[in-house]
Design a protein around this ligand. Structure first.
Ligand SMILES: CSCCC(=O)C(=O)COP(=O)(O)O
Ligand SMILES: [Zn+2]
Length: 206
């Protein structure tokens, strides 16, 4: 467990990493680190903040009912419900949501199938799959405008085999037991999203 200040600093460091990658364009994305599980307390980005330039007061402490625990005029991320539902479902310690061109492309290409299949790729080891010829399926959910519904849909689709869910034409949620694990999982999924897309293009022109 972290203090709120430690968790907030971890959120800022994660956002710096993601923004250097270009994964948080135009104020998009939201990031959180668990402070306490029971009762649940989460350090999460505020809604509308420029995640590429986060300041300490852009990170809010909230409870599992999305109530802000500190004095602030800001509101927590509009997608806080997704974070809360995922923390309820898994014993994870950090959740990262980013918008990238490649995760959007594969979410649209495979949207009707409801999942992106990935088979026999070395980077599946970064997601915990060390077996030869590993195969995983990363779920895709519709981009519901009702954010409570989106939270439920992401949590329902999420399974223990792979720590990520795509939201169609929107972005991705990835998580891990620690901020470092969440970051590693997100990097692996982003690599795989780009690989899947480029492989499809190479096959089409090959
Ligand atoms: C301009 S991005 C649209 C909202 C979104 O998808 C997102 O990730 C950021 O929302 P937040 O309320 O967390 O700033
Ligand atoms: Zn988003």
């Amino acid at each position: 467990m972290h203090t709120f200040d430690e968790a907030a600093q971890a959120v800022i460091s994660l956002a710096q990493f993601c923004s250097h990658k270009g994964w948080l364009p135009a104020t998009s994305g939201n990031l959180s680190v668990l402070v306490e599980r029971d009762p649940m307390k989460i350090a999460i980005t505020r809604s509308g903040a420029d995640k590429q330039r986060l300041q300490a007061d852009d990170i809010l402490c909230i409870d599992e009912h999305m109530q802000v625990q500190t004095e602030t005029a800001y509101r927590p991320s509009a997608e806080t419900s997704v974070h809360i539902e995922l923390y309820r479902k898994f014993s994870c310690g950090s959740i990262l949501h980013v918008h990238t061109v490649f995760n959007n492309l594969v979410s649209e290409l495979y949207g009707d199938e409801g999942a992106v299949p990935i088979h026999g790729h070395e980077l599946l080891k970064a997601l915990g799959h060390w077996e030869e010829d590993a195969e995983v399926s990363i779920p895709i959910v519709p981009n519901y405008a009702d954010l409570a519904r989106l939270g439920q849909a992401v949590a329902e689709a999420a399974h223990a085999e792979v720590p990520a869910v795509f939201v169609r034409n929107h972005g991705i949620y990835a998580w891990g037991d620690t901020p470092e694990a969440a970051r590693r999982h997100l990097e692996a999924i982003e690599f795989l999203a780009e690989y899947v897309y480029r492989l499809g293009v190479a096959r089409d022109i090959g």
